[in-house]
Design a protein around this ligand. Structure first.
Ligand code: 13P
Length: 258
């Protein structure tokens, strides 16, 4: 983390978990245990049907609600899809884009780029995900792969808008496996992502962009991961479903890392 130059963000990704009723229960519990200190921004990205309950419950708090996906088109014949202006109107502040689980369902870098542009246009904060497979890591092409995903995802994003983007590095082999990247492994790639942003934009922009780590981050390993200079927060799956664990991760952001 480096709070002097950029925001620390602890974000949850609920994936396909919890009903609207369970959302209300979770949010009520979370509200009762949120730490007082404002060490970081807090986001919870929830299934689309849970957004209204989440927004309603967290209205008076500093927790921003987000979606887990969006469609890049403004409206039209896209059965089952949700446009960015609908998310804004429903009270969303964030949207996860390009999660590896969606890429596995066929989402391409072009789709990710179109969604990033649409989200920015609508005033949402995109949390753009990237990450390599175990095979890519073992082949030694992690840096190239991540650089390609970042460049493709940010294509056409002007300098004044890049500041609104959050990037999440999520090694696919660490997602839901309990096998976290070591703080050194995560730091190495997050630093490389910052270098890519520096080359695409400027040092000033690279210094200001928040880069999160995701992949089996939990209440036990968060402190060490967040102590890394280029890791500005977390995108948390499993541990964001339990209020006590999520709060502990938020508390882990209360450290003097620069
Ligand atoms: P887990 O924290 O469950 O590994 O999930 C990470 C993730 O995919 C967040 O987007």
């Amino acid at each position: 983390m480096n709070r002097k130059y950029r925001k620390t963000i602890i974000a949850g990704n609920w994936k396909m978990n919890k009903t609207p009723s369970e959302t209300k229960e979770f949010m009520t519990a979370l509200k009762g245990m949120l730490p007082r200190g404002r060490w970081c921004d807090i986001a919870l990205c929830v299934p689309a049907v849970c957004i209204p309950a989440a927004v309603r419950a967290m209205r008076e708090t500093r927790v921003g609600i987000g979606a887990e996906n969006c469609n890049a088109n403004p409206s039209g014949a896209y059965t089952g899809e949700i446009a960015t202006n609908m998310l804004v109107d429903a009270g969303c502040k964030y949207v996860i884009i390009g999660h590896s689980e969606r890429r596995a369902m066929g989402e391409t870098n072009e789709d990710v780029n179109a969604k990033v542009l649409a989200a920015l246009e609508a005033g949402l904060i995109p949390i753009m995900c990237c990450g390599e497979t175990l095979e890519q890591r073992e082949t030694g092409i992690t840096s190239e792969w991540i650089a390609m995903q970042i460049k493709a995802g940010l294509k056409g994003v002007p300098e004044e808008k890049i500041r609104k983007i959050v990037i999440a590095y999520e090694p696919i082999w660490a997602i839901g496996t309990g096998r976290t990247a070591t703080p050194e492994q995560a730091q190495e790639v997050c630093e490389e992502i910052r270098t890519v942003v520096r080359k695409l934009y400027s040092s000033k922009v690279a210094r200001a962009v928040s880069i999160l780590y995701g992949g089996s981050m939990n209440d036990k390993n968060a402190y060490e991961l967040l102590a890394q200079p280029d890791i500005d927060g977390g995108l948390i799956g499993g541990a964001s479903l339990v209020p006590e664990k999520f709060v502990k991760i938020i508390e882990s952001a209360n450290q003097n890392a620069e």
